[in-house]
Design a protein around this ligand. Structure first.
Ligand SMILES: [Mn+2]
Length: 376
């Protein structure tokens, strides 16, 4: 009898062990819709609204699969970072990745021919896929950011689909802005130091010893307002970086600006657009970063709250969605090695914020596809 129990217990333990393998559900991307024929009624016609939700109805690839598992190759990966415990105001950005995907549902690759350029970013040389989300704990920021570091390393470490450009590039869907730090760390290992073009209403270079009471703990110092300071400290970014759309008040009148310059940044303020126009902004950004590899980070709060109300730290007096899209498209030719959009999802019923975020992602994809980047 005792032996039987022992066997049962061992069997149980074995099953528990096996259950630890995470199996993700199949996602029916637009290209993978099953074809059903029911008599005369053809139900094989694609719909943007059936199947599980991926960015722009792209195929899902389990990019974070375990060692030894075969993974479909890709050139550009969409990766969600559902993390919002590094914020100083409204949380909720953990729902950002699914919000942006929701906002992208009317983008169907086959029907995504750009009216301005005549091109279709989804039918070019690059294979673009949605890798789903990095698994991030919401109970310990240090652990969560290590999980995100590891996820970036795995997703960017796989061989590219195109043999000419062996390193896949990633567009991260945030998540609060702390998540950009993991992307910059990963990119450094592939491309070296980058210039950051940081679209935001806030500087985000705050000294961890200053922001939100300052230096409560080392842990508290890593947050959505300090990640660029930390990226500078870690030697990840060049001193040819630039903010765009800044208008939020400063914590210290001179200290913040001095610190910002020390972190490698120049500033394009929101209202400059009234003086120099969209083209003036584009020229200033391009001149600043020159030929260097570029990381583009878009905090959706760069937009005016009229265009993006669902954000954690809204600041009035920002750019319109059209202005931002025109500026992004104008950055054509830059060597974009990575990008992100950070946006939470407490949106209005018209989905104003997530529609804008989804379109921003598409403009970022265009920049990446237009200018492939080989390893440094
Ligand atoms: Mn920000």
């Amino acid at each position: 009898m005792g032996v039987l129990y022992l066997i049962l217990i061992l069997l149980h333990l074995h099953l528990l062990g096996a259950a630890r393998d995470i199996t993700f559900p199949p996602v029916s991307g637009y290209a993978q819709q099953p074809v059903f024929d029911q008599g005369e009624i053809d139900v094989s016609t694609g719909s943007a609204f059936l199947g599980l939700t991926t960015y722009a109805n792209l195929p899902y690839v389990h990019c974070l699969a375990g060692k030894g598992e075969e993974v479909e190759k890709y050139d550009i990966a969409i990766l969600g970072a559902p993390f919002d415990t590094g914020v100083t105001a409204r949380p909720g950005a953990r729902f950002g990745p699914r919000g942006i995907r929701q906002g992208s549902q009317r983008i169907v690759p086959e029907d995504a021919w750009n009216i301005y350029t005549g091109d279709n970013v989804f039918f070019d040389w690059a294979k673009i896929v949605d890798c789903g989300d990095a698994p991030l704990t919401f109970l310990d920021n240090t652990v969560a950011l290590k999980q995100l570091d590891a996820s970036h390393k795995i997703v960017s470490g796989r061989p590219g689909n195109s043999s000419d450009y062996p390193t896949p590039r990633i567009i991260t869907l945030g998540g609060d802005h702390t998540t950009t730090l993991s992307a910059l760390r990963s990119i450094y290992t592939h491309f070296g130091e980058v210039s950051v073009i940081h679209f935001d209403s806030h500087l985000d270079t705050w000294d961890p010893k200053v922001l939100a009471g300052g230096g409560i703990s080392h842990y508290a110092g890593v947050n959505h307002g300090t990640f660029l300071h930390i990226a500078h400290e870690e030697g990840l970014i060049r001193n040819t970086s630039v903010h765009a759309g800044i208008r939020a008040p400063m914590v210290r009148p001179r200290g913040d600006l001095k610190n910002d310059v020390r972190c490698g940044f120049d500033i394009v303020k929101a209202r400059e657009i009234d003086r120099v126009g969209v083209n003036g902004i584009i020229q200033k950004l391009k001149k600043r970063v020159g030929e260097s590899p570029v990381y583009i980070s878009v905090d959706i709060d760069v937009l005016d709250p009229a265009f993006a109300p669902a954000t954690g730290t809204a600041e009035v007096g920002g750019w319109s969605t059209r202005e931002l899209l025109s500026i992004l498209d104008g950055l054509s030719g830059l060597r974009v090695v990575g990008a992100d959009v950070v946006a939470p999802v407490y949106d209005n019923v018209g989905e104003t914020t997530v529609l804008a975020a989804a379109e921003v992602v598409q403009s970022l994809l265009v920049l990446m596809v237009e200018t492939p980047v080989a390893k440094r």
